[in-house]
Design a binder for this molecule. Structure first.
Ligand code: FAD
Length: 462
């Protein structure tokens, strides 16, 4: 990299790396990537847990659909180890609050209603987009009410949780119908969920992309790790980026790829302050938390074998340790279970100590499998919401947040461009969304660099 690069990219997650690669491919080689942590990958992050690589962040890739999924393609190139998850068995493995399974037929009937409700929501959303002007949107819950079969009982709630919260990270009540249904990630890329369980981690895919233009992930001068950006000073003349260790980097343009959760905090101070339209677009969007709590036991006491991978726990409190998965298919003999919680439950769990979480989880497991089950040997509670470099897991489109505002979320301000999963229109929240927004933002900036069509300098944008 030259002394003054053309573009500084803040963040080395999927979107930052894909933006950098797009710029490189277009001949803009003097770039500098500043990443706060000591690694690339961002929210695609594995960790070692009791000797096994588990994914704290992104875990599933989708395939089998009519549209090519470039992230799945890269995963194939690096021979990423995945297994196809089968959620159909959930209906056989749904436990009551006080223990014991619900009859399969009953759960199947409830799930059938949920599937019909999803179909209705998808059709109604398409209708709203086509026929109703003025950007009218409603929540998914409102869509469910229009279907006249809003989930009410704990069993209906846990099935609804699986259909919605488990994907969006937030309940139907606060999630946009129009911008969530139909679920483009599945419609386009397919409904086959490939679960990543690879010792190298899902992050090998981001590394693969980065290695196409970086000579090394440790020593290439275009990538600086452990650089926490704290201030971005911008004007018509360019940007100056200050990091926590007191360094200052200058460039003509910046691409900011941090999560919308981070943009909602004061980690990065923009000078001058970002314009009001931009601050409103940022503060009104939603960053949710999705928490996979991993538990390692000395031996397994849960059902194993075909058709047991997932089970549901029903509780009057929606989302109370609802969805469980064992890793026997991926890591036989690992005796690892994990349970997913989201949104407010995640926020609550993150405030507890690991011991307190373990105590709660053990009450649930004893209810299901008896009091004689062993204590876990280890527990892992990721705390995405508390981490200042993420402030949550992924974004969710709130109801009443319109398209215009979302466009503004991604719009440049002067020489400062924005990218990241939250800016995706079609695949918001997903690694594929991050990948595509990186390309889109880089192309937007390339239009400015090469053709002088700089959207950041439109009169309303400064
Ligand atoms: P990030 O990955 O957050 O990249 C931004 C980078 O900026 C990070 O590396 C961060 O460290 C860095 N940064 C932050 N602040 C600063 C600063 N001040 N200075 C410098 N650098 C900074 N997606 C799927 O497709 N499938 C899934 O199954 C799935 N499950 C998920 C489960 C969880 C628990 C989580 C957390 C995410 C999940 N996702 C999933 C979402 C997916 O991981 C994200 O959408 C995607 O990785 C986001 O990429 P990004 O580049 O937009 O952001």
């Amino acid at each position: 990299a030259s002394q003054t690069p053309t573009v500084i990219i803040i963040g080395a997650g999927m979107s930052g790396i894909s933006a950098a690669k797009t710029l490189q491919d277009a001949g803009i080689r003097d770039i500098l990537i500043l990443e706060a942590t000591d690694r690339i990958g961002g929210r695609v992050m594995k960790t070692q847990f009791s000797g096994y690589a588990v994914e704290m962040g992104a875990n599933w890739l989708f395939g089998g659909g009519p549209v090519h999924n470039p992230v799945l393609e890269m995963a194939k190139k690096v021979k990423l180890k995945t297994s196809l998850n089968d959620y159909d068995n959930l209906t056989s493995n749904t436990y009551k609050q006080d223990g014991g399974l619900y009859p399969k037929k009953l759960v199947e009937a409830v799930d059938k209603v949920a599937v019909a409700r999803d179909d209705f929501c998808a059709e109604f959303s398409t209708l709203l987009t086509k026929k109703v002007k003025n950007d009218v949107d409603i929540s998914i819950l409102a869509g469910q009410r229009l279907f006249k079969q809003e989930p009410k009982t704990p069993l209906e709630m846990v099935i609804d949780y699986y259909h919605n919260d488990y994907e969006d990270g937030e309940p139907p009540k606060v999630t946009s119908l129009k911008h969530t249904y139909p679920r483009n990630e599945f419609v386009d890329h397919g409904e086959d969920p490939y679960f990543v369980a690879d010792p190298r981690g899902f992050e090998i895919v981001v590394q693969y992309l980065a290695k196409q233009f970086l000579s090394s992930l440790k020593s290439d001068p275009r990538l600086k790790l452990n650089k926490v950006v704290r201030e971005i000073i911008y004007s018509k003349n360019g940007v100056a980026v200050k990091t926590e260790d007191g360094s200052i980097y200058k460039a003509k343009y910046a691409i900011v790829s941090v999560s919308v959760g981070v943009l909602q905090t004061d980690l990065i101070d923009f000078r001058p302050k970002l314009p009001l339209w931009k601050r409103l677009a940022i503060s009104d969007f939603s960053m949710t938390i999705y928490t996979k709590i991993f538990l390692k036991f000395p031996y397994k006491f849960w059902p194993s074998g075909p058709g047991t991978e997932f089970f549901l726990y029903t509780h009057v409190r929606r989302g109370y340790y609802p969805l469980w998965q064992h890793l026997e298919n991926e890591y036989p003999g690992s005796n690892i279970l994990f349970v997913t919680v989201t949104a407010e439950e995640s926020r609550r769990v993150e405030q507890l100590s690991d011991q307190e979480v373990e105590a709660e989880v053990m009450v649930v497991l004893k209810t299901l499998f008896g009091n004689n089950i062993p204590k876990p040997e280890d527990i892992l509670v990721p705390r995405w919401g508390l981490n200042r470099f993420y402030k949550g897991s992924y974004s969710n489109w709130p109801d009443k947040y319109n398209q215009n505002r979302h466009d503004q979320l991604g719009d440049p301000v002067g020489p400062v461009y924005f990218t990241g999963e939250h800016n995706s229109n079609k695949y918001i929240g997903y690694v594929t969304g991050a990948y595509f927004t990186g390309i889109d933002t880089a192309n937007d900036l390339l239009g400015c660099i090469k053709n002088q069509t700089c959207r950041g300098y439109n009169s309303q944008h400064m």
